[in-house]
Design a binder for this molecule. Structure first.
Ligand SMILES: NC(=O)c1ccc[n+]([C@@H]2O[C@H](COP(=O)([O-])OP(=O)(O)OC[C@H]3O[C@@H](n4cnc5c(N)ncnc54)[C@H](OP(=O)(O)O)[C@@H]3O)[C@@H](O)[C@H]2O)c1
Length: 292
């Protein structure tokens, strides 16, 4: 591609869209590749979602990102859904192929790639997932499909959502032992036994930066890995606590960059410039910290 071509048109669909780093990240990535790309914000409430999705075709958008609160509602409005997105029940990326809109879930790729260096460590071990929303379902799918754990234990504030999640994934991945836990003591024992703990809730996110998604004072060990998908702040209270115990940590920015990378690859067919994307997101995080 060169600068004389029509720009690749992308939008991010959500409501509200005040804190998204995606436009800056994708714009910087395209600039690095000298690719004309327009990445706009499409801030709409639920009542306008069907019309907006239809207009992506007419207005020749190459695709879109989808974020809160539309990741689930968008599914019936699309022409095709990948197996991953259907299993997770959420779409965060749309690709427009000559008027046919396909829904992907690149959060799954984001999580799988963030865990890339520890896949082998997780084999036949126990993983604990905190949360039962869209991100938790993406974490459940990614860890079941790519990490071959022995068991996956899910804890959620609303217990029946955790139970629904494990029943759903038990059918898809029957070789893995799926369990939901409700009691704090049982969760504490599960956390102790596990190799990886994933926070897939917003707890610890700015401005409540002192909050931990674990309802007790956890003592981690130095063979455990703690992955917090929250990335504002970059180092959450949970990650700091894990580090103080000598555990390995994975920051949410890894998932964010890799979900964006997969979306960019799908839209453009080009490899995503990870280094400059990471720099852009870190710069945006710094700017928003200074404003606080
Ligand atoms: N790093 C990344 O690239 C990336 C990508 C996607 C999402 N995220 C982050 O992941 C987080 C979750 O997103 P989502 O799409 O899964 O949201 P969601 O579908 O709304 O689910 C939120 C989950 O967190 C739980 N939760 C919410 N507030 C809580 C609280 N105060 N205490 C305990 N549990 C609480 C909810 O429990 P209930 O069922 O009881 O309501 C639910 O399980 C958000 O912070 C989002 O920014 C990060």
């Amino acid at each position: 591609m060169n600068a004389h071509q029509n720009p690749v048109r992308i939008g991010i669909i959500g409501h509200p869209l005040t804190h998204t780093f995606s436009p800056a990240m994708h714009t910087a990535a395209a600039q690095e590749l000298h690719m004309p790309l327009m990445y706009g914000t499409l801030d709409v409430g639920s009542e306008f979602l069907p019309a907006l999705i239809a207009s992506l075709r007419v207005q020749k958008f190459r695709g879109a990102n989808v974020t809160i609160p539309h990741k689930e509602a968008v599914l019936p409005l699309l022409d095709e859904i990948t197996e991953e997105a259907a299993s997770v029940g959420a779409v965060n990326t749309i690709v427009n192929e000559n008027g046919t809109l396909t829904g992907y879930n690149t959060d799954v790729t984001g999580i799988a790639r963030a865990l890339d260096s520890v896949h082998d460590t997780l084999r036949q071990k126990t993983i604990v997932i905190l949360g039962a929303g869209g991100a938790a379902r993406a974490a459940a799918y990614a860890s079941a499909k790519y990490c071959s754990p022995q068991s996956i234990i899910v804890f959620n504030r609303t217990h029946n959502r955790a139970e629904n999640l494990v029943q759903h994934f038990q059918k898809l991945f029957p070789k893995i032992v799926w369990k939901s836990v409700g009691e704090h003591e049982t969760l504490a024992r599960s956390v102790e036994k596990s190799i990886l703990i994933v926070n897939a809730t917003p707890v610890g996110m700015h401005p409540h930066v002192k909050a931990s998604p674990l309802p007790f004072e956890a003592k981690f060990s130095n063979h455990q890995i703690i992955f917090d998908i929250v990335y504002t702040p970059l180092r959450t209270a949970l990650l700091n606590q894990a580090e103080a115990c000598g555990a390995a940590t994975i920051e949410g920015i890894e998932m964010f960059i890799h979900q964006g990378a997969r979306a960019f690859e799908l839209w453009t067919g080009m490899p995503f410039p990870l280094t400059s994307a990471r720099e852009t997101v870190l710069k945006k995080l710094n700017e928003s910290r200074k404003r606080e």
